[in-house]
Design a binder for this molecule. Structure first.
Ligand code: PEP
Length: 247
C-alpha cells in the first residue's frame, strides 16, 4: 500500500499576523472533506497564532528551516526543539532558496536533518536541479548527489519526506512533463532504497508551480505521494482544491 499522501503549503516570507490567521481559519473551515494529510509552514513569527488556531484541526504545522543546535549563541536562528515547542510536526530543509541565498550545502542540510529528527520533527528535504543543470542533462546526477549528501546516513521511512523541486519550475508556472517527473522520482526511489530498507514507504513530493488545474495530472506521475506548494498555498480555495485533486 502506498504511503499516505501529503500536501505541504510553504508560505515563504508572505502574509502578516491578521492575514495568516484568516487563511488558517479558511483552510480549517473547509478541510473536512479532505482525506489526505495537510501541513502548512508559515513564517516563524506566525507559528504561534497559527498553531493555536490549528489545535483542534487535522491540519498540521511545519517550520521553513531550523538550526542544527538545540540552543546557544546563534542570533536570529531557531532550534528544532523550539519548533516542536510550538506544535510543529514538520520542517522544510534545503529548499533551493536556502541553498542559493543562504549558501546551504548538502553537509549543512544533513546536519539540520539529523537535529530535526533528534528533536522529533520530520524534515521535508528538498532537492532539484537548476535550469542550467537540466539543459546540460545533469538532472539525475544533481539530484543523486543532493539526496546522498543531504540525508542522514541511516533513516527509517517515517523519519523524512523528500520534495523533488526542479528549481526552474519554482514560481515560473512552468512544470515538467509527467514522464520527466516519473523518471526523476523513480531514480530518487532507487537511491533511497540504498540507504533505507523500506524506501517504498518514504513520501516523495513534487514541488514547483503546483496549481489546482495541474494537480490531478501531476498525481499520475510514478512514485509521487503529494506536493510541496508555494504561491498557491496562500489562497485557501487553491490550496484545498489542490488537496482534493491529489486525494
Ligand atoms: C516552492 O518554492 O516550494 C514552490 C513549490 O513554489 P511555487 O509553488 O510557488 O512554485
Amino acid at each position: 500500500m502506498a504511503p499516505r499522501s501529503l500536501i505541504v503549503g510553504n508560505w515563504k516570507m508572505n502574509m502578516n499576523c491578521l492575514s495568516s490567521k484568516a487563511l488558517v481559519v479558511n483552510i480549517t473551515r473547509n478541510v473536512r472533506s479532505i482525506a489526505i494529510e495537510l501541513a502548512i509552514c508559515p513564517p516563524f513569527v506566525y507559528l504561534l497564532p497559527v498553531s493555536l488556531l490549528l489545535s483542534s484541526s487535522k491540519v498540521v504545522l511545519g517550520g521553513q528551516d531550523c538550526h542544527n543546535y538545540k540552543s546557544g549563541a546563534h542570533t536570529g536562528d531557531i532550534a528544532p526543539e523550539m519548533l516542536v515547542d510550538l506544535g510543529c510536526t514538520y520542517v522544510i530543509l534545503g529548499h533551493s532558496e536556502r541553498r542559493t541565498y543562504h549558501s546551504e550545502n548538502n553537509a549543512v542540510i544533513r546536519s539540520k536533518a539529523k537535529a530535526a529528527i533528534r528533536a522529533g520533527l520530520i524534515p521535508i528535504i528538498c532537492v532539484g536541479e537548476t535550469e542550467i543543470e537540466r539543459s546540460a542533462g545533469k538532472a539525475l546526477e544533481v539530484v543523486d548527489n543532493q539526496i546522498r549528501g543531504s540525508l542522514p546516513e541511516q533513516i527509517n521511512s517515517n523519519d523524512v519526506v523528500i520534495a523533488y523541486e526542479p528549481v526552474w519550475a519554482i514560481g515560473t508556472n512552468c512544470i515538467p512533463n509527467i514522464e520527466y517527473i516519473s523518471t526523476i522520482h523513480s531514480h530518487i526511489r532507487k537511491i533511497l532504497s540504498d540507504i533505507c530498507c523500506d524506501a517504498v514507504n518514504i513520501r516523495l513530493l513534487y514541488g514547483g508551480s503546483v496549481k489546482p488545474d495541474n494537480a490531478k495530472k501531476l498525481m499520475s506521475a510514478v512514485n509521487i505521494n503529494g506536493a510541496l506548494v508555494g504561491s498557491a498555498s496562500l489562497q485557501a480555495e487553491d490550496f484545498l482544491a489542490i488537496a482534493k485533486e491529489m486525494s
